[in-house]
Design a protein around this ligand. Structure first.
Ligand SMILES: NC(=O)c1ccc[n+]([C@@H]2O[C@H](COP(=O)([O-])OP(=O)(O)OC[C@H]3O[C@@H](n4cnc5c(N)ncnc54)[C@H](O)[C@@H]3O)[C@@H](O)[C@H]2O)c1
Ligand SMILES: [Zn+2]
Ligand SMILES: [Zn+2]
Length: 409
């Protein structure tokens, strides 16, 4: 079968690989009908999320049809149309039973302390072959798959595989309440879903910060007040727009590949700022040096964490869903402590949110697929990766369809 394969940092290929087979009685095999590329995939190809094994199939977002189930699978049947939870969970351990599926004790073959298990990730997350492929093996299928109602389209369901639950969780752990003012750093797919979710939870105002014009425009169409960090200093503007206090909550939807402003009042002042960004970058990805404008690492990994802590009001909440590797060590703890902040971060426990979000979609209350801007065949995956990585205009979220061989929108 065809699959997108990680070969090394800065090297991703479409290759023929063996079709997956049932390995454990709780597994299922699905035929993938739609998959997508995520900002998390970019961290891995850029080398800022280290530890990938060469040969791993990438991708952790998909919708499909069940082809085969193992002898221990009870709820999922051959022929079911399903969405895959990006994180793999057993459904049965202490954490899973309390809804903390990302902390599952049994899903990660590296042991209970190895962290969240997910598809297409670094060695320490499993590793499990991912979902940018024609078929995939799904461990703990009864928990990791969710059956789809007929009324939910593949496109809406695809966004429920990772991005919508993550954006929703970002707003939830930000304690968004009716009337709150919330700032979302990053207007990629996760940021867009965090903006939508903050509004769904009753925020009176959402501020959206980025630098890419079409992503800012998309945020503005959702009703957010937009701030371009190359034009304005986001921390100053956020204070001005909130009566001098700062937003009640702030969300980091950027992660380790954060950029420093290249112009405007927030751009670095002098040698000190440049040196601190280089040290910051080297702590995160010490061995990776890539040249050119493809697979470019963020030049200021802690920039968004700094802005979040500086801009939020005293006693506010910082919600971190942007991904950081364990090598990232810079966080403005002194300022956070002195401002009496609540700081939360998490890998999404997809299984906890997906059924509820599918209900919302089925009722017609919200359609996350509005952020899909490109649909293409899986065979075009590598050029899609390159365009998404460069954040070209019109490349906010990319759907890849294994059964389709050409560009369809
Ligand atoms: N916690 C989870 O479970 C989970 C799940 C999915 C994705 N994620 C993470 O969420 C993050 C966003 O994912 P995505 O798919 O939207 O990625 P993306 O790469 O498409 O978007 C990131 C956006 O951040 C913007 N950005 C860069 N520097 C910035 C800065 N200093 N201030 C404001 N914006 C800045 C970029 O221009 C871009 O639009 C990634 O780190 C991804 O790994 C986390
Ligand atoms: Zn994702
Ligand atoms: Zn578990």
């Amino acid at each position: 079968m065809k699959a997108v394969v990680f070969k090394g940092v800065g090297d991703v290929k479409l290759e023929s690989v063996p079709e997956p087979i049932i390995e454990n009685p709780a597994d299922a095999i699905i035929r993938i009908t739609a998959t997508s590329i995520c900002g998390t995939d970019l961290h891995m190809v850029r080398g800022t999320m280290p530890g990938m094994k060469s040969g791993t199939v990438l991708g952790h977002e998909a919708v499909g049809v069940v082809e085969e189930v193992g002898s221990a699978v009870r709820d999922i049947k051959k022929g079911d149309r399903v969405v895959v939870c990006s994180t793999i969970a057993c459904g049965d351990c202490v954490y899973c039973k309390s809804g903390e599926f990302a902390s599952c004790e049994r899903a990660n073959p590296n042991g209970s302390d190895a962290g969240t298990a997910f598809f297409g990730g670094p060695a320490m997350t499993g590793s499990f072959d991912g979902l940018q492929a024609e078929f995939a093996r799904i461990p703990f299928a009864d928990t990791t798959l969710v059956k789809l109602p007929d009324a939910v389209s593949d496109e809406d369901a695809l966004l429920c595989s990772d991005i919508f639950p993550t954006g929703y969780m970002a707003a939830e752990i930000c304690d968004v309440e009716k009337g709150d003012m919330i700032a979302v750093f990053g207007c990629g797919p996760v940021g867009q879903m965090a903006i939508a979710s903050a509004f769904l939870m009753g925020a009176s105002k959402v501020f959206a910060i980025d630098v890419i014009p079409d992503r800012l425009e998309m945020a503005s169409r959702q009703g957010a007040v937009i701030i371009n960090y190359d034009h304005d200093d986001p921390t100053k503007v956020l204070k001005q727009l909130t009566n001098g206090y700062g937003p009640d909550g702030v969300i980091d939807a950027v992660g380790v590949d954060a950029q420093h402003p290249s112009s405007g009042p927030a751009a670095g002042k002098g040698v000190l700022s440049a040196v601190s960004n280089i040290v910051d970058q080297k702590m995160v990805a010490p061995w990776t040096v890539l040249f050119g404008d493809q697979w470019k690492q963020g030049n200021a990994p802690s920039q968004v964490l700094q802005w979040c802590v500086e801009s939020v009001r005293y006693s506010g909440v910082v919600s971190i869903v942007g991904v950081y590797p364990q090598t990232a060590k810079f966080f403005p703890i002194g300022l956070a402590m002195n401002k009496s902040l609540t700081v939360r971060g998490a890998n999404c426990s997809h299984r906890k949110y997906i059924p509820k979000l599918l209900e919302l979609v089925e009722k017609g209350d919200f359609h996350p697929s509005t952020i899909l801007t490109v649909a293409d065949g899986l065979t075009d995956a590598i050029s899609c990766y390159k365009n998404f990585d460069k954040r070209l205009s019109g490349w906010v979220k990319v759907e890849l369809i294994p059964a389709q061989s050409e560009n369809i929108c």
